[in-house]
Design a protein around this ligand. Structure first.
Ligand SMILES: [Zn+2]
Ligand SMILES: [Zn+2]
Length: 492
């Protein structure tokens, strides 16, 4: 069995914040390392920056640089943050690469030829001042549902509803504020209704998924799927591979998930084993696990599997352990609203392991959780420093002082030792089970509880008194403690 772990492609228009880390990258890293180093499985972790789409072109225009310059800047910055945090990838790349264009175009062509894509004539908003169509966030106006101003062409942030640019009331061009006109164009639609039944049958078998993910996906199917436009009148993106549509690009949400495949392919080429990527993407024996935040559930549990089904060459996701949100003062962290705690600022001030530890204890695995600086500080002090840190400190100090820095030998176990060993065995078993089931928060608590057990064992066994009576027996207490610290060290 192979495991293919992916984490959501971070969007290359801003830095990584703590919400991103807790939502996806930290759990993905924990799971990947668990499978690789402890379970010794054949596992790879694939990720890279998502480099297309309107937010990137708008941000680049605002700064007076090209989209390429913008995505290269953030690609580098995001990669550096992950490196400093010790997030380990088998390969980290991006989607604005030749290898990705080719793969995404072939993917499109195949499902087009199989009849899952249809051309539709339509009218779209066009700015005569800027001489261009205004897809997605190029247009803003009043939300037709909640009447909030500043709703974007793709979504209203106030009520969360998905929108089409033509639905906005009093639309204005985001760049020059002119009111747009309606102009004839055509686009390509992915015919999701054709796959609805197949998707439903596939999803309903997924009773081992997190309930929040499965229920959300099923509720979408129950509402009925609609065809989705998968092309845009833009210059930046993967060109549509059809003669009639040379001026159009694939919608970013169509090309981005194909990045999981193209980045795996790029990795295989880089290490000189060109067809190795197929052993992951085309082998039913591979478990494909997508780590994402909850805002990506629809895409990963509905649209992406539908794309894969339509294409037919690749395996479908095995699991999608999406997390909920990590909030800050009750609100979701958001790059577009500039409301976030940036990871790079945090690790300038504190060691990365403190951040990883503090976040691991509050991962929003089944419901939203709240990040507070004081709680984080308390958790690091009480659990990491006072429990596990203190355990190591007292054991090492004692060994250095009384046994010349050599770990003393263990004598056969008594009742206290037997209890400790049984507690260790139970912990290892429970920990493994929790980790396999994406319950990382509980797994960490399990380890902390074993660490407390060892602290208590030392308190009861009192090696500092025992050493006055029996040097060998006192040494043995330290021997047992060290043995378990060594197990904990591996598991942490
Ligand atoms: Zn609204
Ligand atoms: Zn304009």
């Amino acid at each position: 069995m192979k495991i293919l772990v992916t984490s959501a492609l971070p969007y290359a228009n801003g830095p990584i914040h703590l919400g991103h880390l807790a939502g996806c990258y930290l759990p993905a890293d924990i799971y990947f390392k668990f499978q690789k180093y402890l379970m010794k499985r054949d596992v790879i972790h694939i990720c890279g920056t998502d480099e297309h789409g309107v937010p990137i072109t708008i941000e680049a225009e605002k700064r007076g640089i090209t989209p390429r310059e913008l995505v290269d800047f953030y690609h580098k910055e995001i990669k550096e943050t992950f490196d400093e945090l010790g997030i380990e990838f088998t390969h980290f790349s991006g989607t604005a690469r030749k290898i990705h264009y080719e793969l995404a175009q072939n993917f499109f062509k195949k499902i087009y030829e199989k009849g899952y894509i249809e051309r539709r004539e339509e009218e779209a908003l066009y700015c005569e001042n800027c001489n261009k169509f205004l897809p997605d966030r190029y247009v803003e106006g009043i939300c037709p549902y909640c009447k909030s101003p500043g709703a974007r062409g793709d979504q209203c942030e106030a009520c969360g509803r998905w929108l089409e640019p033509s639905m906005l009331l009093e639309p204005k061009c985001k760049i020059c504020s002119s009111p747009p006109i309606r102009k004839k164009t055509f686009h390509f639609y992915f015919l999701l209704p054709k796959l609805e039944e197949k998707l439903y049958n596939w999803l309903k078998e997924k009773n081992y998924w997190k309930p929040n993910v499965l229920n959300y996906a099923l509720s979408w199917i129950k509402e009925g799927l609609k065809p989705r436009s998968i092309t845009r009148d833009l210059k930046w993106g993967v060109p549509v591979p059809l003669e009639e549509a040379k001026e159009k690009v694939l919608y970013v949400w169509f090309d981005a998930p194909i990045g999981y495949i193209s980045i795996t392919k790029e990795w295989a080429e880089k290490i000189g084993k060109e067809s190795l990527w197929k052993e992951y993407w085309m082998d039913e024996d591979t478990k494909l696990v997508h780590f994402i935040g909850k805002d990506n559930i629809v895409f990963h549990a509905i649209i992406w599997p539908a794309m894969l089904m339509a294409n037919g060459d690749y395996i479908l996701p095995y699991n999608i352990p999406a997390n909920e949100y990590l909030n800050m003062e009750g609100a979701k962290m958001s790059t577009s609203r500039g409301m976030a705690i940036w990871a790079k600022d945090y690790i300038k001030a504190y060691p990365p392991d403190y951040l990883r530890f503090g976040l691991s204890l509050i991962l929003p695995e089944t419901k939203d959780s709240e990040f507070s600086y004081n709680e984080w500080l308390q958790n690091v002090n009480n659990h990491l420093a006072d429990n596990f840190g203190n355990l190591i400190q007292r054991v090492i100090t004692f060994i250095h002082k009384n046994y010349g820095g050599r770990i003393p030998e263990r004598i056969p176990p008594g009742e206290l030792e037997n209890n400790l060993i049984s507690s260790m065995n139970k912990t290892v078993q429970k920990y493994t089970e929790l980790m396999e089931n994406f319950k990382f928060k509980d797994a960490l608590r399990c380890l902390l509880s074993l660490s407390s057990d060892v602290n208590r064992y030392i308190d009861f066994a009192k090696p500092w008194e025992e050493i006055k009576r029996d040097n060998k027996k006192a040494g043995s207490i330290l021997g047992y403690a060290t043995g378990i610290i060594n197990v904990l060290r591996v598991l942490f």
